[in-house]
Design a protein around this ligand. Structure first.
Ligand code: NAD
Ligand code: ZN
Ligand code: ZN
Length: 383
């Protein structure tokens, strides 16, 4: 069938909304009609070239260019058709996307770490999760690959059933979309990865779409102090709605505040969620953390960036930790429904994250609003 999708043709280009031809769903594949897609910063990283090695290196390695690529990995929709052998969903079901597939059977899925499912290892490769074939084409026949095997910036998605999680039919699609990345990633960075405990002091660096949910998670886990760090004043102000007790414009400004709040002990967790991660922020986070404290790196750095300077002496002598996290170390199949249940009961804020909605055609305007700091989250809504 034919659909419309926002495609990126190379680093530094704008999104272009074009026709895309999709195969019918093959075995264990489904066709989803997209209803909402969040504008996450990770797609912006693709546009900025942070997610892919420079084209020269790709060519030198004899690999194919990652472009053209259909954007979007945060989304929700309804199942329009199912292929042979699909067991997890049926036509008419509502689903949230999972930006790495979960097979349920590999070493990681079997040990409760679906966010590390072995199928995710191929997330940046081309072709379907199921059989590796190229099932999406531009109108001239050129194959086009959906980012993370999803491509939510499209009216329809052809995906593996492993890439979706069924949600209740009364969940608004925008909430379903935001839980599929921003909410779970931020909330889980605090609750699952940092393992925030009652009475803790937590610093969240960068309170955008993802970071605001780390604030929300830390508050829900019972943190005594939640310090929101962001250069934008309006985001610092909105952070109080999500449970922040204090705010600072920079890590430098947060450091003395944290010392004062903890009698000089430091933060139990510093969660890093700025738009772009850099090595120097790890050192600043470690300097702000307590003995036994941890720095959780949720934000994405340039794929070629390898430099981090930190006190290795402090790391050992003060038992500090630096931890990475993908999807906030949540299990999509249990945490997406659990977070949506909390939302339905009025205990998790999701609607308040949405600053503005856009039609698919205005995807570039949505990202312009992100760059200008006007959005907590922009969301594409498909009528
Ligand atoms: N690990 C994962 O699984 C995962 C999932 C989703 C997103 N991400 C990454 O998380 C990061 C945040 O994504 P987002 O969608 O919330 O982005 P966003 O653009 O909505 O928010 C980023 C926020 O950081 C603030 N900021 C920028 N520089 C800062 C600094 N030096 N100190 C403090 N705050 C600063 C900005 O003002 C903004 O409010 C991105 O790098 C994104 O790619 C990671
Ligand atoms: Zn995301
Ligand atoms: Zn698995």
């Amino acid at each position: 069938m034919r659909t419309r999708a926002a495609v990126i043709f190379g680093v530094g280009r704008e999104w272009e909304v074009v026709d895309v031809e999709l195969d019918d769903p093959g075995p264990r594949e489904i066709l989803v009609r997209t209803r909402a897609a969040g504008l996450c910063h990770s797609d912006e990283h693709v546009v900025r070239g942070d997610m892919t090695p420079p084209e020269e290196l790709i060519a030198a390695a004899g690999m194919e260019s990652p472009f053209p690529m259909i954007g979007g990995h945060e989304g929700a929709g309804e199942v329009l058709a199912v292929g042979e052998g699909v067991r997890r969903v049926a036509v008419g079901d509502h689903v949230a996307m999972s930006f790495f597939p979960t097979c349920g059977e590999c070493h990681y899925c079997s040990t409760g770490r679906q966010n590390l499912c072995d199928l995710g290892a191929h997330a940046f490769e081309k072709g379907m999760v199921t059989d590796g074939r190229r099932a999406h084409r531009l109108s001239d026949g050129t194959p086009v690959d959906p980012i993370l095997k999803l491509g939510t910036f499209a009216e329809h998605m052809l995906v593996a059933e492993d890439s979706v999680v069924r949600i209740e039919p009364d969940v608004p699609f925008v909430a379903g979309a935001l839980v599929s990345c921003a909410v779970a990633t931020g909330w889980g960075s605090a609750v699952r990865r940092a393992d925030v405990r009652v009475g803790d002091t937590v610093v969240v660096v960068g309170v955008g779409g993802v970071g605001m949910n780390a604030v929300q998670g830390a508050a829900m886990a019972g943190a005594r102090h939640v310090v929101a760090v962001d250069p934008l004043e309006w985001k610092r102000e909105s952070s109080h709605t999500f449970g922040a007790t204090h705010a600072a414009a920079s890590m430098q400004e947060a450091q003395p505040l944290v010392e004062q709040l903890t009698d000089g002990r430091g933060a139990d967790a510093v969660i890093m969620v700025p738009g772009l991660m850099t090595g120097d922020m790890v050192a600043a986070g470690l300097a702000m953390s307590a003995k036994g404290g941890s720095v959780v790196v949720t934000a994405i750095a340039g794929v070629m960036s390898t430099e981090v300077s930190m006190s290795l002496f402090d790391l050992a002598m003060f038992e500090k930790e630096v931890q990475g996290t993908i999807f906030g170390s949540c299990n999509p199949r249990t945490d997406i429904p659990a977070l949506l249940a909390l939302y339905a009961e009025g205990r998790l804020r999701i609607d308040e994250l949405v600053t503005r909605t856009y039609p698919l055609e205005d995807v570039n305007e949505g990202y312009e609003d992100m760059r200008a700091g006007r959005n907590l989250r922009g969301v594409i809504v498909f009528e």
